[in-house]
Design a protein around this ligand. Structure first.
Ligand SMILES: Cc1cc2nc3c(=O)[nH]c(=O)nc-3n(C[C@H](O)[C@H](O)[C@H](O)COP(=O)(O)OP(=O)(O)OC[C@H]3O[C@@H](n4cnc5c(N)ncnc54)[C@H](O)[C@@H]3O)c2cc1C
Length: 483
């Protein structure tokens, strides 16, 4: 029995709780969510096993073709990240097995075949979309120790033990507890001074049946080719973006992040979503630039948005998005399987929407009209065009985009389905805990009742394009994204 499995670690869960096999050929890291080789808790854990057992590390990074919304856009982003990981592993002498599934179910059996020769398998603990089901199914099938490691955010996702009704309640909890977790960050570069035995060649029956490699083109893959590539994926591009943000617009973030200029925010959500950049890496870069140390933390910040970290207002405002709002979604997805369901909304929200279910809806659009940005509202059409073309919607407009879909759908339930469909299909950062936090926020999750009570919305917070246009200049944005 090895010692590592006996050490309690709030970020590690044994999905298949068997002792590690010291006679295996390697430690296998099944990389499914944190697609990076720096600042990665799962990779750290796999390397600890490899050192303890004195075995090589094998990194398997697969990409399925049959998950919902698989498209050229999502594939191209992930493949760019795989090329970065391939380069880094080659430099460090770590065996890397990229596998891009050429057809539905073609990859079935690869994990089991590699795991059969492994001492232990380590994977990523991502709390939503199809990943939890996939990992649980692997745990039932594999005859080897399988651990999932949580590298999602500053707070371990299983630490709180409950969900929170508001961002304020979660922030107050974070302010009381986060201090004790700040020392648990992953290693900045786990490949530094790495000395492990070389991995043995894999049997030809494995590499012939599941050829490793990263394809140059996407045409042959059975995925949606109409959703075209947008943005440059991968850790290299993600870190360039992070550096640009920290050296540039972070300084004015508080005032400018709710404007229509996309460059006023970090643009990191796609990289965070695909795991090309980790939340700890963003936190470290931001705090390094602020000259911060943990002794600046304020003990009694009382759940307030500013003042907890003891840094400039702009940095506090950014950290509230990166930590409070981002991790709120991870918290919900960890504890509630119904995180994306209409019935998970708070009672007051369902009640007020039900009270107004019969209200006249003068502007109804089908999901097809919405998808084609064919409404009578030019600002909304521009936001939808940006989503379809670039895979993102500028921060502030995303709220308006969601609220109008509630107004223009035949029922709130239909609006939720429309929102999930459009966001998951086109947004680079979709299919993420943040997708569900924010889409359900449109309908009242984490919010409170607002007055005056309005048609269709009832007491749900209302937004209008006219108000948005009054608050900020829209001309350039409208020109850029003319539908
Ligand atoms: C209807 C709707 C749908 C949304 N869908 C998604 C989604 O699918 N994926 C997604 O990551 N975000 C989503 N958001 C939240 C937010 O719009 C994006 O996170 C943000 O615009 C991403 O841009 P950025 O990386 O430049 O953010 P920045 O302002 O630079 O913030 C840094 C990081 O903080 C986190 N963050 C920022 N705002 C929020 C927020 N409101 N809630 C949770 N985390 C936040 C993100 O991880 C973001 O990358 C949605 C918002 C709305 C209103």
């Amino acid at each position: 029995m090895s010692t590592l499995s006996e050490l309690p670690d709030p970020r590690v869960t044994a999905v298949r709780d068997l002792p590690a096999r010291p006679d295996g050929d390697y430690v296998l890291y099944w990389m499914i969510a944190y697609r990076r080789t720096r600042g990665n808790h799962s990779l750290d854990r796999a390397l600890r096993w490899a050192r303890e057992l004195n075995k090589p590390l094998l990194v398997l990074e697969p990409l399925r073709c049959d998950y919902p919304w698989a498209s050229d856009r999502l594939h191209a982003f992930v493949l760019a990240g795989m090329r970065d990981n391939q380069g880094r592993c080659a430099e460090a002498g770590v065996a890397y097995y990229p596998y891009v599934e050429p057809g539905p179910r073609a990859g079935a059996g690869l994990l089991a075949a590699l795991a059969a020769r492994a001492c232990v398998v380590v994977t990523d603990d991502w709390p939503c979309f199809f990943l939890p089901r996939m990992v649980a199914a692997a745990g039932e099938r594999l005859e080897v120790r399988l651990e999932q490691v949580d590298g999602n955010g500053l707070l371990p996702i299983r630490a709180a033990g409950r969900v929170f009704p508001t961002a304020f309640a979660f922030r107050r909890y974070l302010q009381k507890t986060l201090g004790q977790h700040l020392g648990e960050g992953p290693r900045a570069d786990p490949f530094l001074r790495l000395r492990l035995p070389a991995a043995p060649a894999l049997p030809a029956e494995i590499t012939r049946r599941w050829p490793p490699g990263i394809p140059d083109g996407l045409d042959a893959l059975p995925i949606d080719h109409a959703v075209t590539p947008a943005g440059r994926g991968g850790s290299v591009a993600g870190h360039e973006r992070l550096r640009r943000f920290v050296d540039g617009t972070l300084g004015g973030y508080e005032a400018s992040h709710n404007t229509l200029d996309a460059d006023n925010t970090s643009g990191l959500s796609p990289y965070l979503h695909f795991g090309h950049v980790g939340a700890h890496e963003v936190f470290d870069a931001v705090m390094r630039s602020a000259g911060w140390s943990p002794d600046k933390l304020k003990k009694n910040a009382g759940g307030k948005r500013h003042g907890f970290w003891g840094v400039a207002q702009d940095t506090e405002a950014f950290l509230d998005q990166l930590v409070t709002w981002r991790e709120l979604g991870f918290n919900m997805c960890t504890y509630r399987d119904d995180y994306a369901d209409y019935d998970s909304l708070p009672g007051w929200a369902r009640q007020t929407l039900a009270d107004h279910a019969g209200d006249p809806r003068p502007n109804l659009y089908t999901v097809d009209q919405l998808e084609r940005a064919a409404t009578a509202d030019p600002l909304w059409n521009a936001a939808q065009t940006q989503l379809v073309r670039d895979g993102v919607i500028t921060n502030y407009l995303r709220m308006l985009w969601g609220k109008k879909i509630l107004e223009w759908s035949p029922s709130p339930q239909a609006a939720l389905a429309n929102l999930l469909r459009l966001n998951d299909k086109y947004a680079l950062d979709g299919r993420d805990p943040n997708s569900y936090t924010n889409i359900l926020w449109i309908f009242g999750r984490y919010d409170r009742p607002w007055g005056p009570e309005r048609p269709i919305f009832g007491k749900i917070r209302y937004m209008s394009s006219d108000n948005t246009a009054r608050k900020m200049p829209t001309r350039d944005y409208l020109r850029r994204y003319a539908a």
